[in-house]
Design a protein around this ligand. Structure first.
Ligand SMILES: [Zn+2]
Length: 158
């Protein structure tokens, strides 16, 4: 496994932990250009009461601001969970070179699980894709989050 991929996925995991601390589903993302992080994001959907507040969208917005272009050619996006349809669409629109995924999302993932939006030949752009980087750590974080959520619900009695 590529040690740079692991290094940057750990940074995405750090972002995911920020979501975790807000009781948000722990999903984190970083975007890397020429070996440097130019955008970070974590899931804030409930906190911001905004469907668009996914980790990837936030990271793309920040990376574009930093680069001064909507095109993120030459960039790699690291995300702890396989992107949803909205984020996969935004990634294609941004012309991202490459996407690195931690763990897969069988119910909503669009990097090969439900669909593969990132690599559909009919679109004018496809990304390179690497999956399963720091997979155990990423999926373990999700599992413990949902386990705690279930326990909290039980305590409340609903
Ligand atoms: Zn998303």
């Amino acid at each position: 496994m590529d040690s740079m991929d692991e290094k940057f996925m750990k940074e995405a995991i750090r972002q995911a932990r920020k979501a975790y601390a807000l009781n948000e589903t722990p999903i984190g993302c970083v975007i890397v250009y020429e070996g440097k992080i130019i955008g970070r994001g974590y899931n804030r959907r409930n906190t911001d009461k905004n469907t668009l507040a996914h980790a990837e969208i936030t990271a793309i917005r920040k990376a574009s601001r930093k680069i001064g272009d909507w095109r993120l050619e030459g960039c790699t996006l690291y995300v702890t969970l396989e992107p949803c349809p909205m984020c996969a669409g935004a990634i294609v629109q941004s012309r991202m070179d490459r996407v690195v995924v931690g763990c897969m999302n069988p119910k909503a993932g669009c990097a090969g699980s439900v669909l593969n939006v990132l690599q559909t030949e009919g679109f004018n752009h496809q990304t390179e894709l690497t999956t399963g980087v720091c997979q155990e750590e990423c999926s373990g974080m999700m599992k413990s989050f949902f386990k705690e959520l279930r326990q909290a619900k039980k305590k409340k009695g609903n």
